[in-house]
Design a protein around this ligand. Structure first.
Ligand code: ADP
Ligand code: MG
Length: 387
């Protein structure tokens, strides 16, 4: 990131590369603080483009569009780790970019990411890189099978992953994944999954959100719960410390999410990181006094990073396209919002997507309560209404 003199103050323009829901919620947070926003995304209907002051409709590697974004913004961030790191590098020549291209490049590659975790002294799953017949043949089946073969790049929501039990299945799976570079990970006995969001400023100041407990369905995050005592088996301090060392080791500026596995024996293993706000941090919009999106704004603008305070036990329910259905006349029928919103402490967030496909993230529902029990009871009622 290029040096800047002081903070970027409200009234100036903040840019984001990528126009998905994370970009949309970033835009909302920036606008609430008085910034103007610019979004670069090729899709005319992108969730963030629809709500931004400015939407540059172009591919992420379109150099003219990148120059336009850099020229119109005081700083740029990203909401999507598969934006080419080269695009961030190009932007960084003329405008402060956070997180830096180098950190994003590491997060884009499972092999590089794991090597970084190891450098930081944080345990990872036993794994091997498979990028040739030789590395495939050299796999130590004893240690790594059964395992999960994951493409090194461009995977998300469980896509680009195949579970394998034998050498023959592994060879087939690599074929199925078009023989792109992959990481084979040992299948670990998971007790639970959790994540930690940290935010690190240009001056090295580091703040964090509390440890989040995540439940996945079909490889996609379904529910996040955040309240004291929801993770009895985890060394919460260990997770926070690991996430902070990972951010510091990258000299990271921005919001970073680190995902962990808690194994059956209670030990903690880091899974992956996302160089941006994360689905598991959405609860902070209603359960904390500073949301992960406000943290993203503060980081890139060089504003002070206040340590967030969770004020309510919170549960986030992801709303996937499966909850919408077609009426006989072909119109799209949404879940019964009126009934859901009649429940206490329910906060609806929809991303403005007009097409509902199975597995597509359409929105989320944040449920807050005075106590964990109250939040849980409401979340159960909401889930029943959602069907
Ligand atoms: P994505 O990039 O799609 O989020 P992840 O690597 O986080 O990919 O995997 C998605 C989910 O698959 C994890 O949240 C976890 O439930 C399961 N999973 C992934 N790797 C392992 C593993 N080594 N052992 C057991 N379960 C795993
Ligand atoms: Mg994941």
């Amino acid at each position: 990131m290029t040096a800047t003199t002081g903070p970027i103050l409200p009234g100036q323009t903040l840019g984001v590369l990528g126009g998905g829901q994370l970009g949309r919620m970033f835009v909302h947070a920036a606008q609430a603080m008085g910034y103007a926003t610019a979004v670069l995304d090729p899709d005319a209907q992108s969730p963030a483009g629809l709500v931004s002051h400015r939407h540059i409709r172009a591919a992420y590697d379109d150099s003219q569009a990148l120059a336009e974004l850099a020229g119109s913004c005081a700083a740029v961030t990203t909401e999507f780790e598969n934006v080419p790191a080269a695009a961030l590098q190009m932007l960084a020549r003329s405008v402060p970019v956070a997180p830096a291209a180098a950190a994003v490049a590491i997060a884009q590659d499972r092999a590089a990411e794991k090597a970084h975790f190891v450098r930081c002294g944080v345990p990872v799953a036993p794994h091997a890189l498979i990028d040739s017949e030789q590395t495939l043949a050299a796999v130590d089946a004893q240690t790594l099978l059964p395992g999960i073969l994951k493409t090194a790049r461009l995977g998300y929501d469980g896509k680009g992953q195949v579970r394998v039990a034998t050498r023959a299945e592994l060879a087939d799976a690599w074929q199925q994944l078009a023989r792109v570079p992959c990481v084979l990970e040992k299948m670990l006995p998971l007790r639970e999954e959790c994540s930690v969001i940290v935010a690190r400023g240009r001056d090295g100041a580091l703040v964090h959100l509390p440890v989040q407990r995540n439940l996945h369905r079909d490889g996609i995050l379904a529910v996040t719960e955040v309240f004291e005592g929801n993770l009895p088996s985890v060394g919460v301090d260990k997770a926070l410390h690991a996430a902070k060392s990972i951010a510091q080791g990258l000299d990271y500026v921005g919001v970073l999410c680190v995902e962990f596995f808690v194994l059956e024996d209670g030990s903690l293993v880091v899974n992956e990181m996302a160089p941006r706000p994360h689905n598991s941090g959405h609860w902070s919009q209603n359960g904390a006094d500073v949301s992960q999106f406000e943290l993203q704004v503060r980081c890139m603008a060089g504003l002070p990073l206040a340590q967030p305070r969770q004020h309510s036990p919170a549960i986030m329910l992801n709303l996937l396209g499966d909850l919408w259905h077609r009426a006989p006349d072909g119109s799209l029928v949404a879940p019964p919002w009126q009934q859901v919103l009649a429940l206490p402490g329910c906060h609806l967030h929809l991303y403005g997507k007009t097409e509902a496909k199975p597995g597509r993230k359409m929105g989320h529902l944040n449920v807050t309560g005075a106590t964990p029990e109250a939040a849980r009871a409401t979340a159960l009622q909401a889930a029943a209404l959602l069907g």
